[in-house]
Design a protein around this ligand. Structure first.
Ligand SMILES: *Cc1c(COP(=O)(O)O)cnc(C)c1O
Length: 380
């Protein structure tokens, strides 16, 4: 594998890097597709492919054989359509603002979750004298987006509302699939089966990264993983057959001695109890390192890896910088201008999430624009 030469040229002044292993992302998608076959496997690439760069990720997944992509917004739809001219593209946020005409022109399928949006999309189809593709999002207990049961039944009772539309998918979303033992999974599954029976012959989709680990009963015709494709583990108990694909590193700027009794950082939240060595690293909350990942209250906080050794964050996370305690690291391990690993082998995205009392998804999608994105591909 080689680091893309075009990107690596800009490393000289880089304070931090995100190394995205496109070959691993493709391998993860293939492993998930194999797991759910004969169901189909889409790829969710919303939020700039979870912050990793939609352009490169969509190209790599298309090359791997993925033909169905989910994005959230009209802007993301436009990007995805340019990169994957032949693919099925589903827009999860539905008809946002006045985007219906753009979707019709681009051949993007809106995921519709209100009767008003269904009526508007069908009216556009009739006005254009063409059949437009549509997906229905029905609510089975998440109470977020999705047609409520009453509206699903009204729709099924009067199919003329759908005239001019070609139903490509009926879908719902699980609330608690990260916990396979939660009885809500079963409840939503049964509700989904009951409600989708009102639309015979229309392909069905229920599961995301965590839901697809609940077993074949949850796969239906299409699964919609995002996080797992990027190497994340969404389920608490059932590891997905994927491997990490992202490494995040930031430059060590300086190492300094701190005497016992001295404090480190804003508000002096950390005080040295012994002669200490503190390394200052060039990433902060403006880069997506949660301010919450330094833990003066005694909760276990975040770590970085330097030369293979874990070093804990101490003192407040500031906008551009973090400070870590490297007192216990071997002499010579900490070298200014070297990179410390924030996420990588031995320090997962989930670890970083737990350290900040959040989830890996939030860590991944908030990594900021100051990181230089590097892409690793197959040498072939
Ligand atoms: C984001 C999203 C997904 C993908 O979820 P992951 O947990 O990342 O796999 C699937 N379906 C819907 C409706 C979503 O909003």
């Amino acid at each position: 594998m080689t680091v893309n030469a075009r990107m690596s040229g800009s490393l000289a002044g880089a304070t931090g890097t995100i190394t995205v292993d496109l070959a691993q992302i493709a391998a993860n998608w293939r492993a998930l597709a194999a797991k759910v076959a004969p169901a189909q496997c889409a790829a969710v690439v919303k939020a700039d492919a979870y912050g990793l760069g939609a352009e490169r990720v969509i190209a790599a997944l298309s090359h791997a054989g993925c033909t169905t992509f989910f994005i959230a917004t009209p802007e993301e739809a436009e990007t995805a359509r340019k990169l994957a001219p032949e693919a099925h593209i589903f827009a999860l946020d539905g008809l946002v603002g006045g985007c219906a005409t753009a979707f019709a022109n681009q051949g993007v399928t809106p995921v519709l979750s209100t009767l008003d949006d269904i009526a508007a999309w069908a009216a556009l189809a009739r006005m254009r004298g063409e059949t437009l593709p549509a997906a229905l999002h029905i609510d089975t207990g998440l109470n977020r987006l999705g047609l409520p049961v009453r509206d699903v039944r009204r729709l099924a009772a009067d199919p003329s509302v759908l005239s001019g539309l070609r139903l490509e998918l009926v879908m719902s979303h699980l609330a608690s699939a990260d916990n396979p033992r939660d009885p809500k999974n079963r409840d939503q599954l049964l509700a989904f089966e009951t409600l989708t029976a009102l639309f015979p012959g229309v392909p069905r989709s229920l599961a995301a990264s965590d839901g697809l680990m609940l077993g074949p009963a949850y796969h239906f015709n299409l699964v919609r993983p995002g996080y797992a494709i990027y190497g994340g583990q969404a389920s608490q108990l059932a590891p997905a057959p994927v491997k990490p694909a992202v490494r995040v590193a930031a430059r060590i700027l300086a190492v300094a001695d701190v005497a016992p009794g001295e404090t480190v950082g804003y508000s002096a939240t950390w005080r040295a109890k012994r002669p200490s060595r503190i390394a200052t690293i060039a990433a902060g909350y403006a880069d997506g390192v949660p301010r919450n990942s330094s833990a003066p209250d005694g909760r276990p906080g975040g770590h970085v890896l330097i030369d293979g050794h874990l070093a804990p964050l101490v003192g407040r996370v500031s906008m551009d910088l973090i400070t870590v305690d490297v007192t216990d690291l071997p002499d010579g391990a900490v070298k200014p201008h070297d990179f410390a690993t924030l996420i990588g082998e031995g320090l997962t995205i989930e670890d970083a999430g737990i350290a900040a009392a959040t989830i890996g998804y939030e860590i991944l999608t908030r990594l900021g624009p100051r990181f230089t994105r590097l892409y690793v591909e197959d040498a072939a």
